[in-house]
Design a protein around this ligand. Structure first.
Ligand code: C6P
Length: 414
């Protein structure tokens, strides 16, 4: 059992599943608080990768031999498992990509390049990750479309009145974050999708920081496209997901061309394979796809509701501890408001990069920088922030260690 009777996670028990958490540096126990960048991997997900290579390593959809058949079945079923995990109708709607970034690029190239033109607008938010912001900027530049941004207010929330203004009849695509990797804000994505649909626009939701941490139902959100990465949800690197409504994926041209994405090829022309394989050209990340399905099992067994509660509690505790100090500025929704499991902050006297490297001496891993949201940092008036981000295995005690280490950094720079 990984959830106690109170509904809280049995973190001590969960920690046993993650071998890397036992690491020590110069005798100091690792405190891993960089989960928004990449989460750690439980033994059973590592085993799923090992089992594939040890027992049935073969290419998929190509061989009639037993190994290839086993690999193909496991790889295809992994799509079914991911579909179930996010409430999609079936494997036809689940394209395996390399990561969220590739999922964004797939839609931008395969849909955007063909469908956008002068007079169209792509609406983003000011808190967008570069994965969508840079991608849509580029596609807009090539097609003559405009880009507009929904404002972020003082508390790190989207200004929904502004959203209602910016999303207008020229809007062809809305691309918005579900949960901000910098502010921790949980956006009202179903409302945003509604606003887009009211104007006959499509809606792409970047769920890189949502799917790992909270229950997500793409059908309830009614997103046309939804993207996330395996390595942020206890899965491996090298695997990401693009969910797309079947009729849209059907109507789109492929993004990449080559083997496996075709049904029939002649010297003159080619016809495309059925979904989702039409969008998975070449040999895919087979072991990683299979292991991602294992990660879905793992997270579901813990319970996504319990995970969301745990992360919000750790974020609230961090805000509470940081509030003890006048020289720590935090970003995003105020204490008491529900947020994703991360807190970005700055210490007055110490640059975020210096802070991060001092914390490293205490075996505390956080991230410092712009978190791939440079325009948002410009708006916040800071070049960089430090960020502590949490997952199922983190504890309040680890946040206390973080706060003590920050205190030592403060003394060092005094
Ligand atoms: N954010 C972070 O430390 P990839 O790299 O493709 O798996 O994920 C990109 C991405 C897209 N959207 C959001 C909201 C994200 O947070 C990320 C990745 C990491 O915040 C690396 S910059």
């Amino acid at each position: 059992m990984t959830v106690r009777e109170s509904g809280a996670l049995d973190v001590e028990r969960i920690r046993e599943d993650f071998p890397v958490l036992d690491r020590e540096f110069d005798g100091t126990q690792l405190v891993y608080l960089d989960n928004a960048a990449t989460t750690q991997t439980p033994n059973r997900v590592i085993d799923a990768i090992g089992d594939y290579y040890r027992e049935y390593n073969a290419n998929v959809h190509r061989g009639l031999h037993q190994l290839s058949q086993e690999a193909s079945i496991a790889y295809e079923e992994a799509h079914d498992r991911v579909a179930e995990f996010i409430g999609a109708a079936g494997r036809e709607e689940i394209v395996f990509t390399k990561n969220t970034t590739e999922s964004e690029n797939l839609v931008a190239y395969a849909w955007g390049l063909r469908e956008l033109g002068p007079g169209d607008t792509v609406v983003l938010t000011e808190m967008e990750h570069h994965a969508s912001l840079v991608t849509w900027q580029q596609i807009a530049e090539r097609t003559g479309a405009d880009v507009a941004y929904i404002r972020v207010d003082q508390d790190g929330y989207l200004d929904m009145d502004h959203a209602r203004e910016v999303i207008d009849d020229d809007t062809a695509m809305l691309s918005a974050l579900h949960v901000s990797n910098t502010l921790g804000t949980i956006n009202p994505v179903a409302d945003l999708v509604d606003l887009a649909h009211d104007r006959d626009a499509l809606a792409f939701i970047d769920g890189a920081q949502a799917v790992p941490n909270r229950p997500v139902d793409v059908e309830a959100i009614d997103a046309d496209f939804y993207a996330f990465s395996g390595h942020k949800m206890a899965g491996p690197t090298g695997i990401g997901v693009l969910y797309g409504k079947q009729h849209l994926l059907d109507s789109m041209e492929p993004f990449l061309y080559g083997g496996d994405m075709i049904e029939k090829v002649t010297f003159e022309e080619s016809r495309w394979n059925e979904l989702p394989w039409k969008f998975e050209a070449g040999t895919p990340s087979i072991a990683q796809g299979i292991a991602l399905a294992e990660a879905c099992d793992y997270l579901d067994e813990i319970g996504m509701e319990a995970i969301a509660r745990h992360e919000n509690e750790l974020a609230q505790y961090t805000l509470e501890r940081f509030a003890e100090f006048d020289d720590i500025e935090t970003f995003g929704p105020p204490a008491g408001e529900e947020r994703g499991g991360l807190v970005s902050f700055n210490l007055d006297s110490v640059h975020a990069h210096d802070l991060s490297s001092i914390l490293n001496d205490y075996a505390v891993a956080i991230r410092a920088g712009d978190h791939c949201t440079q325009p948002l940092h410009d708006k916040l008036g800071v070049a960089a922030t430090a960020r502590a981000s949490f997952y199922v295995y983190n504890t309040r005690e680890e946040i206390d260690v973080l706060v003590e280490a920050i205190d030592d950094a403060r003394q060092l720079f005094a």
